[in-house]
Write a protein that binds this ligand. Structure first.
Ligand SMILES: *Cc1c(COP(=O)(O)O)cnc(C)c1O
Length: 432
């Protein structure tokens, strides 16, 4: 399998190279040059997520050294349960829970798969690889957790001092060992600028190899297709019907993963995107004009994206507006509707949603009654509500239980160095 850049200038590369590069050299995103044509029967006798994931990803890694290790990689990456639970009596409405990993959000899935691949790409005697991540909150914690104590790999996290929530800060600084957490006196944009400067600075690159783990990396996207495969196969085996998904959407990584799974032949019906008040995608589908804009702050903060990077992948899969409109639908859910949905579904189902998951639960209610009856639906739950206790608890009027994994992180000692937002300061911190 070769991966092509969405911008069409960079030469096609294999799986391992695409993973290692992250972004293509022409600034585009890597997309598969061909699609597998699976049928549900190709997964017969495969039950577990690691087994289904390895089968699904095999053609995407064909011809690459990592291909032979996919079984190990998916067992290493999918080390926590990813359950689908029914929300109604006949199971026509379900929830896919992606938050049982080390940092209680779905980004653990992609980050762990990428880390497992990097560990295997690294040979003893190679210079260490340092993964540089600028984070405004969630991603950095998942990447740190995934790479923590992996041999030959180091992580440097840059976050804006005082601009992440106390819970997020604890998740970014509780690691130590091969993870370096830098609290940068500056904004998130300055953290990102520093990372970009480090990548092109020869003195930074001479000591160790720098790499990235940002959300456009193919190695974070493909494993996400695995849980859509597993959930849809389970539905197909039990009912002979495809499963339709409603998912919280920001940068569209989770959405593209689902589209890729459907394109590869998995029994997936409709795909509905639930955006927060950042309306770029819903407006595009409605008006046909792509108008990226600055992001606005919402309760579902991990989705505050005004210019979703994976749109390039979506448009490469469906180049014409009419095709995109056929492939996905999108709703924009504002903060008031998020709050109301958290209250309502706690009252109706006893379920406590995080603000991101609540956008999907709300978008589901905006489907017509006929649509809801005709298909089997699954909303995607992307984070545990305990990560957003200060928003959720006043709405439901009771405390949210903290999952064991998060509680364990909160008990750890904090390691963090404060630096100025400058390249020399970053260099000094990385040599310490
Ligand atoms: C990142 C994130 C999202 C958005 O996912 P995309 O793949 O960027 O669309 C949704 N919910 C949570 C909790 C997230 O961390």
């Amino acid at each position: 399998m070769k991966y092509h850049s969405t911008r069409g200038v960079a030469a096609p590369v294999g799986f391992g190279t695409a993973l290692h590069q992250g972004l293509a050299p022409d600034g585009g995103l890597y997309v598969p040059g061909a699609w597998p044509a699976f049928t549900p029967a190709d997964f017969d006798a495969l039950e577990s997520l690691p087994a289904i994931g390895a089968r699904l990803i095999a053609p995407f890694a064909a011809g690459d050294a990592l291909g032979a290790e996919l079984g190990d990689i998916t067992r290493d990456a999918f080390s926590f349960p990813v359950p689908v639970r029914p929300l109604d009596a006949d199971g026509r409405y379900r929830v896919l829970e992606l938050f049982h990993g080390p940092t209680a959000a779905f980004k653990d899935v992609g980050a762990r798969f990428l880390a497992a691949c990097f560990e295997r790409l690294h040979q003893p005697g190679d210079v260490p690889v340092n993964i540089l991540v600028a984070t405004s909150g969630d991603t950095g914690g998942a990447v740190a957790a995934a790479f923590h104590r992996r041999p030959g790999l180091e992580v440097t996290i840059l976050f804006p001092k005082g601009l992440v929530s106390p819970t997020q800060e604890r998740q970014l600084t509780c690691w130590g060992d091969n993870v370096r957490s830098l609290s940068v006196r500056g904004t998130f944009d300055e953290c990102q600028r520093l990372v970009k400067q480090a990548f092109v600075d020869p003195s930074m690159r001479s000591r160790c190899e720098l790499s990235s783990a940002n959300s456009i990396n193919l190695g974070r996207l493909l494993p996400q297709a695995a849980y859509y495969a597993a959930a849809s196969l389970e539905c197909y085996r039990s009912h002979g019907e495809p499963l339709s998904f409603v998912m919280p959407a920001g940068n569209l990584g989770n959405a593209v993963a689902c589209l890729w799974a459907r394109r590869s032949g998995l029994p997936i019906g409709e795909i509905v995107l639930a955006h927060n008040a950042n309306r770029t995608v819903p407006d595009f589908l409605e008006r046909g004009e792509w108008q990226p804009r600055p992001s606005i702050a919402t309760l579902a903060s991990a989705m505050d994206v005004g210019d979703p990077s994976n749109m390039e992948r979506l448009r490469s899969l469906h180049p014409h507006l009419a095709d995109i409109r056929q492939a996905v639908r999108a709703y924009s859910i504002d903060d008031d509707a998020i709050r109301a949905r958290i209250r309502a579904d706690f009252a109706t189902y006893g379920e406590v949603w995080c603000p991101h998951t609540a956008t999907a639960a709300e978008a589901y209610t905006r489907l017509s009654a006929a649509e809801r009856r005709q298909r089997r639906w699954c909303i995607v739950s992307t984070a545990h509500p305990a990560k957003f206790a200060e928003i959720v608890e006043p709405l439901i009027g009771r405390p949210v239980d903290v999952p064991a994994a998060l509680a364990e992180l909160f008990r750890r000692e904090s390691h963090c160095v404060e630096i100025d937002a400058s390249l020399p300061a970053l260099r000094v911190a990385m040599e310490a």
